[in-house]
Design a protein around this ligand. Structure first.
Ligand code: FMN
Length: 177
């Protein structure tokens, strides 16, 4: 499989990307080809809702989203990686997802596989509720096939050691694909 991992944290070496790296290790060992997109290094503007694309045409914005679009449209799987920000996806990841608008009609026909990796500081039983619902709805809306999720609670700065258990989980998920 060709897999695109979209990392939406401003921390290049943060908890979510460290967990995602183990997923990449597992998937690579299993023989898959993985491309990691670190959104923080790229220029991606917010969707302007101009509707010039009609959900299937080119976007009028000329920025790094065109490269991300090409990767996604030639991938069998997309992995969404995000820290939890005020109960939801990070703005960095959400900005990229909003820009899916210009190819959403095409994407919906592909049945692309999907995985979610999210990390949070808190570990309440409801900490990941909104993230989980957003991901499930996104899969349904874009006709993505959910292949698993790592919901890594308790991964705040001082508590980063908690990420270890989730790194193992992510490695196993990648390896099992
Ligand atoms: C703007 C902001 C909002 C956050 N909101 C939440 C939150 O709602 N719930 C939570 O548990 N952690 C929250 N956090 C903490 C991060 O989700 C957590 O530290 C995460 O593991 C960071 O991942 P990263 O190292 O990959 O960036 C927030 C952090 C920031 C900077």
């Amino acid at each position: 499989m060709q897999i695109t991992v979209i990392e939406g944290s401003p921390h290049i070496k943060g908890a979510s990307s460290a967990i995602a790296q183990r997923f990449v290790d597992g998937a690579t060992e299993a023989g898959h080809s993985v491309d990691v997109v670190e959104v923080v290094r790229l220029k991606v503007g917010a969707c302007r809702a101009c509707n010039a694309c009609g959900t299937s045409g080119p976007c009028i914005q000329q920025d790094d989203m065109s490269g991300i679009r090409s990767k996604i449209m030639s991938s069998d799987m997309v992995v969404f990686v995000t820290p939890v920000y005020f109960c939801g996806f990070s703005a960095q990841l959400k900005t990229v997802i909003d820009r899916f608008y210009s190819f959403s009609s095409n994407l919906r026909t592909r049945g692309t596989k999907a995985v979610l990796i999210a990390s949070s500081a808190d570990k309440e039983d409801w900490t990941m509720d909104a993230v989980r619902i957003q991901y499930d709805s996104l899969c349904r809306y874009l006709n993505l096939q959910d292949c698993g999720r790592i919901l890594a609670t308790g991964c705040g700065g001082a508590d980063a050691a908690s990420a270890v258990r989730f790194k193992d989980e992510a490695y196993q998920l990648g390896k099992s694909l």
